[in-house]
Design a binder for this molecule. Structure first.
Ligand SMILES: C[S@@+](CC[C@H](N)C(=O)[O-])C[C@H]1O[C@@H](n2cnc3c(N)ncnc32)[C@H](O)[C@@H]1O
Length: 218
């Protein structure tokens, strides 16, 4: 089966994505996930949805070489920047997936994921755009099937109007037990274990509080 044919006329980073096909995976043109370049699925698997330019994955992977990391991201430039970082630091255990976070279940078997992170997702603040938000009851249901026993889901945002409904959805789903919660992560006991993301550091310099919720599969 052939790899996905990216359109290099779209933007210059499309061609650059192809130069890093050892790290960046994508769907085939027929919509089938290209998992040929996946690292082993037998190790603990950590997934970062909307990983941006990969800072969180880089810092986490350097701390835990025994885990395997996968980041979902749509934007070509950020994918390329991420791949360059992993190569610069000789990090062998990260792969990036150019696909929608909503399609997570196409890529991994049921019960296979140790940790899933959604860090600073696009908040879609306008009422008519709320339907674009990633976290929905259906998403949480699919996520619960993908997590392994005691698997965890972590959500961080600077956007209270997104955080409050996500917290309610998690609590009312009956699928997860909340094991960590803060409305000011950087001044909470959870900060000690926290790995800040690129956007998180940006919001920190602006003095915004960071909302954090960690939940474990029941
Ligand atoms: C606000 S940025 C946060 C990036 C990173 N998580 C951080 O905290 O620094 C949100 C990222 O999610 C990506 N994104 C948005 N919708 C997505 C989707 N449906 N699937 C995968 N990535 C998505 C965007 O391209 C962007 O890089």
């Amino acid at each position: 089966m052939s790899r996905r044919t990216f359109n290099p006329n779209l933007n210059p980073y499309v061609a650059k994505v192809q130069e890093h096909s050892d790290i960046i995976m994508a769907q085939h043109d027929d919509g089938v996930p290209d998992t040929e370049g996946f690292i082993s699925l037998s190790k603990p698997i950590v997934v970062d949805l909307g990983c941006g330019a990969g800072n969180f994955l880089r810092d986490y992977a350097l701390l835990f070489p025994e885990y395997n990391f996968y980041g979902f991201e749509l934007r070509y430039k950020r994918l390329v920047k991420g791949a360059l970082k992993f190569k610069k630091h000789n990090i062998p255990n990260v792969r990036l997936i150019q696909a929608r976070a909503e399609d997570l279940a196409l890529w991994f078997p049921q019960g296979s994921l140790k940790e899933v992170y959604v860090n600073f997702p696009d908040p879609w603040p306008k009422t008519r755009h709320l339907k674009h938000r990633l976290i929905t009851p259906g998403f949480l249901e699919r996520l619960s099937g993908l997590l392994e026993e005691n698997g965890t889901f972590v959500f961080k945002t600077d956007h209270r109007e997104y955080f409050d409904p996500v917290k309610s959805l998690i609590e009312s789903s009956g699928l997860f037990e909340v094991t960590g919660y803060s409305e000011d992560l950087h001044h909470s006991p959870f900060n000690e274990q926290n790995i800040p993301t690129e956007f998180e550091l940006l919001f920190k310099t602006k003095g915004y509080p960071i909302y954090y919720i960690k939940s474990e599969l029941r």
